[in-house]
Structure formats: C-alpha cells, structure tokens
Design a protein around this ligand. Structure first.
Ligand SMILES: [Zn+2]
Length: 421
C-alpha cells in the first residue's frame, strides 16, 4: 500500500518535471517491475462456480474453466466453448462464442473481446466473465441484448495469459505477474508492422494469431489495467508520424465509451492527463512495439482498441461490482459499434511490410546498416509518401539529416521499413 502510494507520488512529480520538455510518456506498463507486483489489498477467491454469484471474487483457475464449460452446457443454442490454445504451463486459453438464432443462415459480423494478456491486470478478466453471463442470461428477456446476440457473432476470451494470472498456482490471483511463464511480455511479442526484433513468438500468441486467422473479426478490444484510458491505434507510431486511417472514427467511438461510463461514475478515465477526456492515440501516450493492437489492425484489417479499465491492476475483489456497474453499458455499446463501422474500414490499403531486406538497428538514430546486399549496391530512402529522399552507395545509410519518422529503404529490388528516432 505504502509502496503503491509512493509510486503514484513519484510519477506525479516526474510528470510536472518533464512537462515542459515534450510529450511525457507515462504509460504504467513501462514502469512494470520485473518481479511480482505488490499484492492487492483484499483478494477473495471463489473456489466454486456458486461462490461467483455476487461477482465480488476472482475465480480459481478450476472455477474459471468450470464457468466457461457450464455456460456452454446451459446455453447450447447460443454459446459454444472454443479452445484458442494452451499456455506454456498447459492452462487453457478459452473463448465463449455467443451467437443466437444460429439456424438462420445470416451474415453476422464477428466481434472479439480479450482480456488480461498481462496476467496481473485482472479487472477485465472478471468483467468479461460477467459480460458472458449477462449476454447469455439476458437472451430472450432483454430485447436489445437478444437482438445484439442474434445479429452479432460475439467471441469473448476472458483470460489471454493464464500462467501470469495464476503465477502462484491455480488457487489464487494474488501474486499474479505481467509476463507468461517464459517471462515474456505477451503484449510486446506480436509481429509488428515493422518486424521489429522481439523474443521468439510465444505459444499463447501463436494460438491467438491462429484464432484471428481462422476468423474474420471486424472489431475487437484488448483489456488491460494499471490506468484508465481508451488507447486507439497505432501504438508503434505517434499520430504525427502515421495517424490511423480511422483516427477520427476511433476518437468518436472511444469518447462514447468513456462518456457513457462517466454517466454512471464520473470519477473514472481521468488519470492520463495527456489524454483528451480519457482517449488517446497509443503512440502519443507511449510508443511500444509488438503490441497486439497494432498486429490485429495491421495484419487482420480488424479494428482493435486497447481498453485500460482500472488504475489498480489487481483490484480488491470487493470493488469488482462497482467497476462492472460503470463499465457494463460501455462494453455492450462497444459490441454494437460493429454494426456502424466506417465505410471500407480503411486499413486494407495498408500492405504487410516487405521485410525481405535486413536492416539494423531498427529503430535507428543516425545510421543503419543494410545486410546481404552487394557492398556497392545503391540504397534508396523513401518517406511514407513514396518520395525518394536520398540514395547512397554501400551498406551504411546515414539518417542524421532526416526528421524522426518512418522510412522505406530499398536496395536491389528488396525493401524494409525503418523507424528513425
Ligand atoms: Zn497491460
């Protein structure tokens, strides 16, 4: 408790100190300690499905699996249980597939929610379980939720990193950690639009990539904690470097999410002061590489947003119902946004990068070296608008005279995208 408070004060002080010297990159993720996070104050576990009835506990791993299985058994017409894959330690990565009126052969757009890729950010875990329960339990009684389930193929993965969440064993989320069992941050481990170097692709992410490939998700969200902000793509660029083609649409959708939540509790989504009323382009907050959001937007033409939903990563379990109360309408409305996507979605014109030319380092500051070309090969540097800025002979290309941004290097018919810092 004391340590947490000190951290907050420290960050606040740092904020005022750096405020004059450009945008402050104050993403709590960046300050995550390698060791286990501080234990939450009051974590009560449910070791049976029945003990989850009032939604003020975290489930044990076995309870979680039992809940997911029970829903599929209880609502066989509208809920099936998908196994996305398994974790390093063999825990299940599950998704509830909720879709009504399945005998009618209708096109339904596919929506995906996923939470807790960072194992200690567990608020979203319980929120997604409760969302599944609400959608299923309201089917046939609430007209609006019945329509939503009939018209949408909804997939919900409450727990993307079970090994991190159950770091101390299946019986508790106390002592949960950000990383998977190989100590890898799964939200820095996805293929990046620029193929930035990273740890070997982890099996949790490999499974998720297969799941995305097997589906045709059009809208999705990845839930985190540690802050309260709607963080829309891109994460690997600032909005000045490369705004998302649907940036305006993102701002509208994200503002609707936050504004609706604030109707129920006006105190939330206020801790990231650089954000515009709880909404920010990811890279304007803090640039990261290998995040799932960029991967999904870039490679799957699916609009994915990062929802940071609680300033405390491992929320005291007795606070979970209050979070549900102010977030649930926004969660449901966000699913419905899939029926009002912008025309053409707008990102299909982005081609996957041709990373056949090897360049290092990337990102770079003053120079890069091109690997595997003739020593006298001409290397051309293009900006994002396709203008040739310079040509140089030989493997070393000087970048010191170029502004920070994204460039394409071409040599011998091959190319690579690079980031100049
Ligand atoms: Zn996170």
């Amino acid at each position: 408790m004391k340590k947490e408070l000190m951290m907050v004060l420290l960050l606040a002080a740092a904020g005022s100190m750096w405020a004059q010297s450009g945008p402050l990159k104050l993403r709590p993720d960046a300050f995550a300690p390698k060791e286990e996070t501080v234990d939450a104050k009051a974590v009560t576990m449910a070791s049976t499905v029945e003990e989850m009835a009032s939604w003020d506990r975290y489930p044990t791993y076995e309870t979680y699996v039992a809940m997911m299985q029970r829903w599929a058994q209880q609502y066989p017409d509208i809920c099936t249980l998908d196994t996305i894959g398994t974790s390093v330690q063999g825990r299940l990565i599950l998704a509830a597939h909720i879709e009504g009126n399945r005998t009618a052969d209708l096109y339904r757009p596919q929506f995906f929610y996923s939470s807790t890729i960072h194992g200690d950010e567990v608020t979203g875990y319980v929120m997604m379980l409760r969302l599944i329960d609400t959608l299923l339990g309201s089917y046939g009684t609430s007209q609006s939720l019945t329509n939503l389930v009939d018209e949408t193929a909804i997939y919900i993965n409450p727990l993307a990193n079970p090994d991190g969440t159950y770091h101390r064993g299946n019986a508790t989320v106390q002592g949960s950690v950000r990383y998977n069992a190989n100590n890898v941050d799964l939200n820095r481990n996805y293929p990046d639009p620029f193929g930035t170097t990273k740890a070997a692709l982890q099996q949790e992410n490999e499974a998720m990539i297969d799941y995305f490939t097997a589906h045709n998700f059009k809208l999705s969200a990845n839930l985190h904690g540690g802050s309260e902000v709607m963080n829309y793509p891109w994460d690997c660029f600032t909005s000045l470097q490369n705004p998302h083609p649907q940036a305006e649409w993102w701002q509208e959708v994200c503002h609707r999410f936050v504004d609706t939540a604030r109707v129920y509790d006006n105190s939330h989504f206020r801790d990231v002061y650089q954000a515009d009323n709880g909404v920010i382009a990811g890279g304007d907050w803090y640039v990261i590489h290998g995040g799932r959001q960029d991967y999904v937007n870039y490679y799957h033409n699916c609009l994915e947003v990062t929802m940071e939903i609680s300033t405390v990563k491992t929320l005291s379990s007795d606070q979970l119902p209050a979070y549900w109360h102010f977030l649930a309408p926004s969660f449901i409305n966000y699913i419905a946004e899939i029926h009002n996507l912008p025309d053409g979605v707008g990102i299909s014109d982005l081609q996957p990068p041709t990373s056949d030319l090897q360049v290092y380092p990337n990102p770079a500051t003053d120079r890069v070296t091109v690997v595997g070309t003739a020593t006298d090969a001409v290397v051309s540097v293009y900006d994002v608008g396709g203008r040739c800025l310079k040509e140089s002979a030989g493997p070393v290309v000087h970048l010191g005279d170029l502004p920070a941004g994204v460039y394409t290097l071409c040599a011998g018919g091959r190319s690579a995208k690079i980031i100049k810092k």
